[in-house]
Design a protein around this ligand. Structure first.
Ligand SMILES: [Ca+2]
Ligand SMILES: [Ca+2]
Length: 65
């Protein structure tokens, strides 16, 4: 559990408690698998359960489980 939060904090560059498509693009660059902003927005849409356009800790955790 705490590992997931640590990962989340690493991705959440501006520490607002949400992962945005821009932060997802940055993550994929770091992982060596760059994606377009459109692809990242599509990925966020898939994980986003409450429809706010951002991934919160709960949505991120659901994705990892
Ligand atoms: Ca953020
Ligand atoms: Ca959300």
């Amino acid at each position: 559990m705490s590992d997931h939060v640590t990962t989340f904090d690493l991705i959440d560059a501006d520490d607002d408690g949400r992962i945005s498509a821009v932060e997802l693009v940055r993550l994929m660059e770091v992982l060596g698998r760059p994606v377009t902003l459109e692809a990242a927005q599509e990925g966020v849409r898939k994980l986003d359960k409450d429809g706010d356009g951002l991934i919160d800790v709960e949505e991120f955790r659901a994705f990892l489980q």
